[in-house]
Structure formats: structure tokens, C-alpha cells
Write a protein that binds this ligand. Structure first.
Ligand code: ADP
Ligand code: MG
Length: 446
């Protein structure tokens, strides 16, 4: 046996270290390779149990590494030739690759066609993210924007913008693009690992290596999943090295993603990171108007303003609110308020004030506001007054003393008594509890 043959296992291991090949990749692609001899500076490497597709893949991805290793070790110019091990089962892998469903999955981009640049409303909250995305669409895979990492809260347009890039690349540049959520990616990796054969893992890899752009949505879900992170890291590197474009979204900045593999953090940092913030009032109105244009269902201005005023943190809910108006064919503000009650409650960013509580309690019991804050001892006022005290403690940051001051009381013992009484009773009295809930819901719509 010649020197290369003797050093064969060491050569493979060195390649793994040198090129940072992950454990899984090494075991699947490199480790099984067999030294097949050397003649006229051409080294033959045999691939056992394999298929022509796999050969092509290994040739493309690993021949350079081997060539360099041989040339360094032998101090000369060496080249590499891969051959399929003779007893390899005929076309095992290729049969499976011929499966039309598998074929489909190569071309299927999973892009939602309705998310486009044309229907994305740009405001101060997303202007940087928007221009970063346009930049990727026009110059995909460039070092300065690759990967593009977009982060921000739920329903702020991350998926929309990312998909807009994908649609642009497919339609204008004929690129093959793949959109996947990190959960889908995780499931695919797990399935391939479960299948336990090289062909499954290879199919997965082929799928992710043979594209021009990869869009991974909500990357935060792969955190803590070691095997998936490993596989993604490998995919990432393969695409990155080949100048393919990558866009990643997350709910947080990479620095705030605890337990994210350090290697990712540095990779992400080398690209472009942008955030999306909740939209300002004007942008919220503009987004609603855009929906109105699209659906050709207009509403009076006061409904637009009401929605924009109350739904602040989430564009998806703005969209939901508009759709509710459209479906219920709402034309006046009062009906709009009714229809939107639940949506607005769940948005939950409004500040509740004692004045709102007073109004709510008075309206609910059909009393004058002054009667509730007065010192009158009539039974019909005492109860609502106690509920007012209770709700002030429950829905605001006011101290007992603060509530006492609002009611012009010198000390807070009455307030404490009122609060405790209601608090105890609602534990046992379902009817009272429901009443209180109804009042709270009403207050939140003010
Ligand atoms: P995220 O991925 O950040 O959770 P999405 O991209 O799914 O949010 O956006 C939620 C919904 O809001 C989508 O229907 C999207 O089209 C819409 N949307 C978000 N931002 C905008 C915007 N600036 N202009 C138009 N529609 C938007
Ligand atoms: Mg999303």
C-alpha cells in the first residue's frame, strides 16, 4: 500500500477539521469513502453503496478538499477521480429521486404569492427592513447583505417581506427559491435521521443545496435542537460558500437568542441585521387604507381611525379587524366597536385610567358618575362604588391611598374594605364575577 493509502483515515479526518465539516456530514459523505489507488498523480476514491447523484454531489462538494490534501501531502499536483463501488446497488438512490413527488419538492418554492413588495406599506417602523429586502432582491447573495436577518415581534411583516424577496427572485431572475419555517426544517431533519439511511439524508441535503436562495422563517424554533442546528449550519455554509442568498427571520436579535450556537451568531453578524418595529398611527391608517383599496370595501373615516387608534402592536390584527368590518358589512362606528371588542381587548396595550373605570361602572349600573364618587350611603350606590374601588386596584397601578384620594377620603381603610369585599365575593359568586368581567371588557373598549 502506498503512502496515501496508509494515511487514508488521517487524510479524511484532517479534511473534516480543516473545512469544518459537521459530524453528520462527515459520517454520511466522507467517512465511507475508500481509497482506490493512485496512478499518474490521479487518485481514485471509491464510493460504496451509492448512486450517480451522490457521486456528483460528492465530486462537487468534496473533490477540491481531497485534491488539496493530496497535493500538500505529496508535494505535487494531484487530481481526484470518484467512482462508484462496483457492487453498489443499482440506482438505489436514483429510483427514489425519480419519484415525481420528490421532483416536485425540488421546484416547489412554498412561497405565498400574495406577499409582495407592491402591497407592503412602508413606514418609519419598517423602512430599513424594507430597503434591506429590496437590496437583497436586487443583489442577492452579496457579502454585504448575506445572510439578511430580519427580527421583530409577531405580526409585523417579517414573513411578508421575506416572501416578497422570494417572489421577486423567482419572477424576475428565474431563481429557484425555497421558503421553509424552521419547524418544517426541523421535521425534515428528524425524519431523515429516523429513516436512518444515507439516501434520506442525501435527499434532504440535495433539496437544500440545489437552490439559489433559502428563506428560513422563525429561526428561533431551532434553538436547543442540536441535530437540527448542526444540519442547518452545514446547509448554511454550503449555500454561503456558493454565493447563494439567505434570508432569516426571528422574533429576537441574535444576541438575545439564548443558547444559539456561537457559530451562528458570528455568521449572522457577517451579513445584515435589521428590525421591524410596531407601526406608528399614520402607518396603521395607511395599511388599513391599502386593504380597503384591495378589497374595494370602504368604511367611514371614523372607523379607520378607531381601528388604528386601538390596534397598535400587530399588523395581522389590523388586517383581521378590517376583514371583520368587511365581512359584517359595518358602516357605523357603534357597530364597529361591538364587532371589534374582542380583537381590541387582546391587543392589550391601552392604558386604563380611573376616569374610564368610573365611566364604565356608571354606564353599567346606569348611574350618574357623581353618585358613585359621592359619599351617599344608599345601597344602590355603595355596591357600584366598591366595584369601582376594586377595579381601580385591579386594572391600574394606583395604590389604596391613591384610590382613597380620588374618592376624597382621608384614609384608605374604606377602599381596602371595598376591595377585599368584592375580591372575596367573586371567588364564590359566579354572577358577580361575570358582571365584573363585563364591566372590564366594556372599559377596555373606551
Ligand atoms: P410576521 O411574520 O412578522 O409575524 P407577517 O409577515 O405574517 O408578520 O404579517 C402579518 C400580516 O400583516 C400579513 O398578512 C401581512 O401581509 C400584513 N402586513 C404586515 N406588515 C405590513 C405592511 N407594512 N404592509 C402591508 N401589510 C402588512
Ligand atoms: Mg411570520
Amino acid at each position: 500500500m502506498d503512502l496515501l493509502g496508509l494515511q487514508w483515515e488521517r487524510i479524511k479526518e484532517n479534511i473534516q477539521v480543516e473545512y469544518d465539516i459537521t459530524g453528520i456530514a462527515y459520517n454520511i459523505w466522507v467517512k465511507p469513502l475508500i481509497y482506490g489507488g493512485c496512478k499518474d498523480n490521479v487518485v481514485t476514491i471509491r464510493i460504496p453503496n451509492s448512486s450517480p447523484e451522490m457521486l456528483a454531489y460528492i465530486e462537487k462538494n468534496y473533490s477540491g478538499f481531497f485534491q488539496k490534501a493530496f497535493s500538500d501531502l505529496m508535494q505535487g499536483d494531484y487530481s481526484v477521480e470518484f467512482i462508484l463501488e462496483e457492487n453498489a446497488t443499482e440506482g438505489m438512490g436514483s429510483q427514489e429521486l425519480d419519484d415525481p413527488r420528490v421532483e416536485d419538492s425540488f421546484v416547489e418554492s412554498h412561497l405565498n404569492k400574495k406577499y409582495r413588495f407592491e402591497n407592503f406599506v412602508v413606514g418609519p417602523n419598517n423602512v430599513f427592513a424594507h430597503s434591506a429586502c429590496l437590496n437583497v432582491a436586487e443583489h442577492p447573495g452579496e457579502e454585504s447583505n448575506n445572510p439578511l436577518f430580519i427580527y421583530g415581534g409577531a405580526g409585523l411583516g417579517k414573513t411578508h417581506l421575506m416572501t416578497a424577496i422570494g417572489n421577486y427572485l423567482v419572477e424576475n431572475m428565474g431563481w429557484s427559491v425555497l421558503y421553509v419555517t424552521s419547524e418544517e426544517f426541523t421535521n425534515e431533519v428528524i425524519q431523515a435521521i429516523r429513516a436512518g439511511d444515507n439516501a434520506s439524508m442525501m435527499r434532504l441535503r440535495e433539496k437544500y443545496r440545489n437552490i439559489d436562495a433559502l428563506l428560513i422563517d422563525d429561526i428561533q424554533f431551532i434553538i436547543g435542537k442540536a441535530a437540527t442546528q448542526e444540519e442547518f449550519f452545514h446547509t448554511f455554509n454550503a449555500l454561503y460558500q456558493n454565493g447563494k442568498a439567505m434570508v432569516i427571520t426571528s422574533d429576537k436579535h441574535p444576541v438575545h437568542m439564548k443558547e444559539l450556537d456561537e457559530r451562528f451568531r458570528s455568521r449572522f453578524k457577517s451579513g445584515l441585521t435589521v428590525d421591524i418595529q410596531p407601526p406608528e398611527y399614520e402607518t396603521r391608517v395607511a395599511i388599513l387604507r391599502r386593504y380597503a383599496d384591495n378589497f374595494d370595501y370602504d368604511m367611514p373615516d371614523d372607523i379607520f381611525y378607531y381601528i388604528a387608534d386601538h390596534i397598535k402592536s400587530n399588523v395581522r390584527e389590523l388586517e383581521g379587524a378590517y376583514n371583520n368590518m368587511r365581512i359584517a358589512n359595518v358602516t357605523d362606528l357603534e357597530t364597529a366597536k361591538m364587532v371589534l371588542k374582542d380583537t381590541i381587548l387582546s391587543d392589550g396595550v391601552d392604558i386604563i385610567t380611573p376616569a374610564m373605570i368610573l365611566r364604565g361602572v356608571a354606564e353599567y349600573f346606569n348611574l350618574d358618575q357623581e353618585d358613585i364618587t359621592s359619599k351617599k350611603r344608599n345601597a344602590e350606590y355603595v355596591r357600584p362604588r366598591q366595584i369601582f374601588m376594586y377595579l381601580c386596584r385591579d386594572m391600574t397601578d394606583l395604590t389604596l391611598k391613591g384610590v382613597a384620594t380620588l374618592l376624597d377620603k382621608k384614609d384608605h381603610s374604606t377602599v381596602l374594605h371595598g376591595y377585599n369585599k368584592i375580591n372575596e365575593e367573586i371567588q364564590k359568586d359566579d354572577e358577580l364575577r361575570e358582571k365584573i368581567e363585563a364591566i372590564k371588557n366594556m372599559i377596555k373598549t373606551f
